[in-house]
Design a binder for this molecule. Structure first.
Ligand SMILES: Nc1ncnc2c1ncn2[C@@H]1O[C@H](COP(=O)(O)OP(=O)(O)OP(=O)(O)O)[C@@H](O)[C@H]1O
Length: 280
């Protein structure tokens, strides 16, 4: 018998221990449902991964959680703040790193980070201290006065990390953290995530294609396919559920997403067969 809770119910954490709570989240583009009544609880002080194949609905889910896309239905609560009723407070405790770095090319790294400090009404001395800490951590200190337009993609991505971390958010939402980073950047981000959680009590919600990243850094994950959560739990729990007790996350992932794809194909075939055989 499976040890998993029913997939329709989010039970990733107790209410008091939940930093991001999502209920019945739904988004459609015309007739196409991109996110189909998703429920999840991100526990405080953990790295929580959203995995899924291309087009599964990961980015749409994360963008709704950060308030960048309006949902068609459902409720999102961040650190006790309802995103629909209290968007400013909910966003103030959230840092977001999109999959593609959007930065103001005509600013220097320092100017960009000072601008972000202003958006969060941070005091000047705290901004200066945080800028220094973060540029050093991300190996950008000597580029502090360099124009962003001269930066490589990986440097811009690291600067976006600095910007998101500047105000010390309670929860960091990261869409595909490894895009555009070299192996050194990968290693930095993986150890940074664990440090942020262990030392700064931050919570991290990330989406990734890189299963090795999920395997190394995530405390638990949900797998999304066709806009729905098809599995949730720690890697150990997912292994049990998929019957791959000694498999890698890649094997578990393929098993679960292929199963659901096969189930859907079967459902379509049944409907198609029924319609074909329907005398009316
Ligand atoms: N603005 C939009 N208009 C129409 N369809 C959209 C829009 N944004 C996303 N979609 C569709 O919604 C589905 C989910 O997209 P989403 O970007 O959330 O998936 P994803 O899991 O992040 O995929 P990937 O891993 O490829 O980035 C896809 O089929 C996508 O084509």
């Amino acid at each position: 018998m499976s040890s998993q809770p029913p997939l329709s119910t989010a039970s990733d954490a107790s209410p008091a221990n939940t930093i991001v709570r999502v209920r019945g989240l739904h988004k459609a583009y015309g007739d196409f449902t991109a996110v189909d009544h998703i429920e999840l609880d991100v526990p405080r002080g953990e790295v929580f991964g959203v995995l899924g194949p291309n087009g599964a609905g990961k980015t749409t889910t994360l963008r709704m959680i950060t308030g960048l896309i309006a949902p068609d239905g459902g409720q999102i609560t961040i650190d006790g703040h309802d995103l629909a009723r209290d968007p400013v407070k909910a966003r103030q405790v959230t840092g977001f790193i999109p999959d593609r770095p959007y930065v103001y090319d005509k600013l220097t790294a320092f100017e960009y980070l000072r601008f972000i400090g202003g958006l969060y009404s941070m005091k000047a001395d705290r901004v200066a201290r945080r800028i220094d800490e973060l540029l050093t951590l991300f190996g950008l200190r000597e580029w502090s006065d360099g124009l962003i337009e001269s930066f490589s993609h990986g440097m811009k991505q690291r600067l976006v990390f600095c910007g998101a971390l500047l105000p010390e958010p309670s929860v960091l939402v990261v869409d595909e953290p490894m895009v555009g980073l070299d192996p050194k950047g990968h290693r930095l981000i993986k150890s940074l995530f664990r440090e942020l959680v262990a030392d700064q009590k931050m919570s991290i919600l990330l989406s990734t294609h890189t299963l090795e990243v999920a395997e190394e850094v995530c405390d638990r994950v949900v797998i999304i396919n066709h806009g729905r959560i098809v599995a949730r739990g720690s890697l150990g729990e997912l292994r049990l559920e998929s019957g791959q007790t000694d498999g890698s996350l890649e094997q578990v992932f393929l098993r679960i997403t292929e199963e659901t794809q096969a189930e859907r194909d079967q459902a379509v075939a049944q409907r198609f067969g029924h319609e074909q055989g329907d005398p009316s």
